[in-house]
Design a protein around this ligand. Structure first.
Ligand code: NAP
Length: 246
């Protein structure tokens, strides 16, 4: 499905990003497995892809850093010549009630979740426009659609990411580049594993399907958006959330 395509997945050493990297590679894409701190996990993802007959490489970059992202994109383009699929998946949480939220926790979440996606799209924009094709997939959250108590910083970053998605989709539509957002609901990863059992129960009660989602649920949507099957879809927010955002 994606043979001959190059995909860059940010934060692909763990969780949802890892599953997206494995899925795109299993469907023929050469995958750049970006990580920030988790080198060992990213190397393991690469090993698994290669073992399964795919093509992948781990590359470090803190996407929140504009200059470092520029150097990273430069290195990727020098080696791979083009990026066909960009998945902005890197994300962090620093939850707290707004009364207690520090400026540092607000900035850290916005810098990675929103500015990180801007940095990657900005640095790759010339290359995308030149090639007149491409798929940009931004991993937002149902929290950015509905809001969530205790996540003012995170919700703001994801709502911002949705706005970024829609604006860039309008700018790139005539160039054959699709830009969409995926809004996962409550997915079983490191990000949600630290929650208390009570908080998990409370959240599960808000899911019409009555269960948490898996990383595969999100990777399947990313594969669809990365493929030619989504060619007439742009600027959309696809909620993959068991019905949370109905
Ligand atoms: P996770 O298991 O905590 O993984 C987060 C990933 O982001 C890691 O691979 C991490 O890489 C990477 N990352 C963080 N800061 C980075 C930076 N500055 N530069 C590059 N990479 C960075 O989280 P997850 O659950 O898989 O979440 C993935 C995405 O889905 C996030 O955008 C998250 O907001 C979104 N999401 C998750 C859920 C959920 O329920 N799990 C729901 C909605 C949306 P390192 O380990 O290398 O630092």
């Amino acid at each position: 499905m994606l043979t001959g395509k190059t995909a860059l997945v940010t934060g692909a050493g763990r969780g949802i990003g890892r599953e997206i990297a494995l899925t795109l590679a299993a469907n023929g894409a050469a995958v750049i497995v970006n990580y920030n701190g988790s080198k060992a996990s990213a190397d393991e993802v690469v090993r698994e892809i290669i073992k399964n007959g795919g093509q992948a490489e781990a590359m470090q970059c803190n996407v929140a850093d504009f200059a470092a992202s520029g150097e990273f994109v430069k290195a990727v383009l020098e080696k791979y010549k083009k990026v066909d699929i960009l998945v902005n998946n890197a994300g962090v949480t620093r939850d707290n009630l707004i009364m207690r939220m520090s400026e540092e926790d607000y900035d850290a979440v916005l810098d990675t979740n929103l500015k990180g996606a801007f940095n990657m799209i900005r640095h790759l924009s010339r290359s995308f426009i030149k090639q007149r094709s491409g798929k940009i997939i931004n991993i937002a959250s149902v929290s950015g659609v509905l809001g969530n108590a205790g996540q003012a910083n995170y919700s703001a970053s994801k709502a911002g990411l949705i706005g970024l998605t829609k604006s860039v989709a309008r700018e790139f539509a005539s160039r054959g580049i699709n830009v969409n957002a995926v809004a996962p609901g409550f997915i079983d990863t490191d990000m949600t594993r630290n929650m208390t059992e009570d908080a998990k129960k409370e959240l599960s009660a808000m899911i019409p399907m009555g269960r948490m989602g898996s990383t595969k649920d999100i990777a399947d949507m990313a594969l669809f958006l990365a493929s030619d099957r989504s060619n007439y879809i742009t600027g959309q927010v696809l909620c993959v959330d068991g019905g949370m955002a109905i």
